[in-house]
Design a protein around this ligand. Structure first.
Ligand code: SF4
Ligand code: ZN
Length: 309
């Protein structure tokens, strides 16, 4: 048995990047501390209100809901609502939606399900069945963000929390870098939220994926039956994931270093890196006359989204 470096109880994890063996209690403490520090940096909890949490039924967002529920249990002025999205992916989504509802109900957090079919008139399965030039994930991701933002705004939420972890964040930053589009990160995270945009927060962004998974398992939040979407893999993201994991294994701390580097780049973004306006079709915030979601929907209906033969 390897003992915890803080209390000598049996360790459940070795954090190579910190050099620490931690028992279950000290591991939880360390993870929650990282979440608290991240929340403090967002500086949005000075006043109370409603926090919408996007819950998918997977380990990350389930752990997020659990942690937020516990952190805010004494804040009577902060309410949580779980937002679930039914993208319409047969054989996959039913099961994860069920898991998401179970977690929300167990934590006594009210939940609401938003559906692609009802909001947009199209499902991800229908998009995937078309021979589109772009992967279904492109449409699915853009549509999901758009309907989550709309619902959170209409409910008057002060923030929209998502379960992105350190690995997700580092992969996204790296992907944009490898595609030669670091400016995209500026657009994704404007200094001030655009009109109509509910501030997005990622409380788990400093917690490595394997630690979120361990937390979820040890708190009974990850029944392990969620499977994966038939539309993965997103090839380049998987390659980047592999590359970063290799680097982390050889040079512990690489993920935090990449994150820190990109945070420094983000600090350099100009005050007005993004001109806000509202989409002329749907009223959602955008940098153009027509938002990306409406443009993709138009491409689909106008037949312009398809591969040229
Ligand atoms: Fe949507 Fe792609 Fe995620 Fe599947 S993997 S849910 S298609 S974004
Ligand atoms: Zn629009």
């Amino acid at each position: 048995m390897i003992p915890c470096d803080k209390c000598r109880a049996p360790a459940v994890i070795y954090q190579k990047y910190s050099g620490m063996h931690l028992c279950s209690a000290h591991f939880d403490q360390d993870l929650v501390r990282k979440v608290r520090e991240t929340l403090r940096r967002y500086r949005i909890f000075g006043k109370g209100g409603l926090v919408a949490v996007a819950v998918s039924g997977g380990k990350d967002s389930s752990a997020l809901l659990y942690i937020l529920k516990n952190l805010f249990s004494k804040r009577r002025d902060i309410e949580l609502v779980a937002l679930l999205v039914d993208e319409g992916i047969a054989g996959y989504r039913e099961e994860t939606l069920r898991a998401a509802r179970e977690v929300a109900e167990r934590l006594e957090v009210p939940h609401r399900t938003l559906s692609f079919q009802e909001s947009l008139g199209i499902t991800t399965d229908q998009v995937a069945a078309l021979d589109t030039a772009q992967a279904p994930c492109t449409y699915c991701g853009v549509f999901r963000k758009s309907i989550l933002n709309r619902a959170a705004r209409e409910m008057g939420a002060l923030a929209l929390a998502t379960g992105h972890n350190l690995d997700d964040e580092v992969q996204t930053a790296m992907l944009n870098y490898l595609r030669g589009d670091v400016l995209r990160l500026f657009r994704l995270q404007p200094r001030r939220p655009l009109e109509g945009m509910v501030p997005r927060i990622k409380p788990l962004r400093r917690v490595p994926e394997r630690e979120v998974a361990l937390f979820a398992i040890t708190h009974g939040l990850f029944p392990g039956r969620s499977g994966s979407c038939p539309n993965v893999p997103r090839a380049m993201r998987l390659e980047v994931k592999q590359m970063i994991n290799d680097m982390e294994a050889r040079h512990p701390g690489t993920k935090y270093a990449i994150m820190k580097g990109f945070e420094q780049i983000m600090e350099l973004r100009p005050e007005s890196s993004f001109q806000a306006t509202l989409c002329q079709r749907c009223g959602e915030p955008t940098g153009n006359e027509i938002c990306q979601s409406c443009r993709l929907l138009e491409q689909l209906s106008g037949g312009k989204a398809f591969k040229s033969k």
